[in-house]
Design a protein around this ligand. Structure first.
Ligand SMILES: *Cc1c(COP(=O)(O)O)cnc(C)c1O
Length: 367
């Protein structure tokens, strides 16, 4: 079976983890600081604050912006549920714009139409590894006085007009086991605002400035030294791994071109794509459902996934939730029924990619 994702852990990780174990210091310390420093150099933001996972990094980002309680954060309806849960956890209300079917991200126009008096922040999601339309979000947020938070959990290193995602607003990255940069669990918040960075550090550590000096009601969002020891060698290899993802995506796109009813992913001019997922759309024109295609792929030993099968709020636990505003989002609704992600991870060989291509072509009778 060719899996939809796969991790590479080398001797560098083993050695650093051993170094941490032998040091006897497992809670946040010098290794975490080193990860923050190296990610800061790599991402080009002035401050990086490491936390325990990518969900609390969104919570911390929202809390550090001191948004009025109950105010609305406008985000994408087509995302992993953590985006929504973080807004609720931060005591804010979630509202949604609609997405663009090409970059799969929130559109600035839809945010403009739902944003109003109660809006305090806009939170685009850089889905699958391609940046959202950040120049437009940047100027929209600035002109309306809204904070800008980027859910960059899937997009480490992606650029929009030469700037890395996470550098436009307060950025939030996940280091979960399947992400492009991983430490099993982990998160990184990026900002160019020193006051926000200062609050992030307080929020992470019980609101504590100095020993037993509490300045706000905080959390324990700290990252462990073991997590940082896994992430550091991964960060050193991230550039090469991303190059391989780009190569894999290009090979898939060449091999899958010209199948009626199969829409291939597009890299928008002025942006780069780090290919966390290679996601196609199986449209009505194909005469097939994506479930049928996925079943055929499974029979042929190729893993695939539906990211995500429904708009994020389309579950009973969010219907009628006092902090969730549900409206109609026709593009997100349709796209969520069509998407199918194929393996693109850096451990795939060219022969694996050819197997994926042949299996997909077979599923469409397009050999
Ligand atoms: C993975 C992910 C998160 C949450 O990260 P965790 O580290 O799993 O908590 C948030 N948003 C998106 C879009 C993600 O893909």
């Amino acid at each position: 079976m060719i899996p939809i994702s796969s991790v590479s852990i080398g001797t560098e990780e083993e050695e650093l983890v051993l170094e941490v174990l032998r040091s006897g210091r497992l809670a946040q310390g010098p290794m975490v600081e080193r990860l923050e420093q190296e990610f800061q150099d790599w991402a080009g933001t002035e401050h990086v604050v490491a936390v325990s996972n990518g969900t609390v990094s969104l919570v911390a980002a929202l809390e550090a912006l001191q948004l009025p309680r109950g105010s609305e954060v406008v985000t994408s309806p087509f995302t992993f549920v953590a985006t929504l849960n973080a807004i609720l956890e931060a005591g804010l209300t979630a509202r949604f714009g609609d997405i663009d079917p090409i970059d799969f991200a929130l559109t600035p126009e839809s945010v403009e139409s739902v944003g109003g008096e109660r809006t305090s922040a806009v939170m685009p999601v850089h889905l699958y590894g391609q940046g959202a339309d950040m120049l437009a979000f940047d100027s929209l947020a600035a002109s309306r006085g809204w904070a800008l938070v980027e859910d960059a959990a899937q997009a480490h290193g992606a650029q929009v007009q030469g700037r890395q995602v996470g550098s436009f607003g307060v950025g939030s990255f996940s280091l979960y086991a399947t992400k492009n940069l991983m430490s099993g669990e982990g998160g990184l918040v990026t900002t160019n605002d020193a006051a926000v960075a200062d609050r992030l550090r307080l929020i992470r550590n019980q609101g504590m400035r100095a020993r037993y000096q509490y300045e706000l009601a905080g959390h324990n969002f700290r990252m462990t030294e073991l997590q940082a020891a896994v992430a550091l060698p991964q960060l050193a290899r991230l550039e090469a791994a991303t190059k391989r993802r780009v190569h894999n995506a290009e090979r898939l796109s060449e091999g899958l071109a010209g199948i009626p009813g199969l829409e291939l992913p597009t890299v928008i001019p002025g942006r780069t794509h780090v290919w966390h997922q290679y996601t196609v759309r199986v449209t009505g024109e194909s005469g097939r459902t994506r479930e049928e295609v996925a079943d055929t792929l499974t029979e042929r030993g190729v893993g695939s996934g539906f990211y995500y099968p429904r708009p994020v709020y389309d579950y009973d636990c969010y219907r009628g939730h006092p902090q969730v505003v549900i409206e109609d989002h026709p593009v997100a609704q349709q796209v969520s029924e069509e998407v199918l992600s194929l393996p693109v991870h850096p451990k795939l060989s060219d022969a694996d990619l050819d197997t994926v291509i042949a299996a997909v072509r077979g599923a469409f009778d397009a050999n």
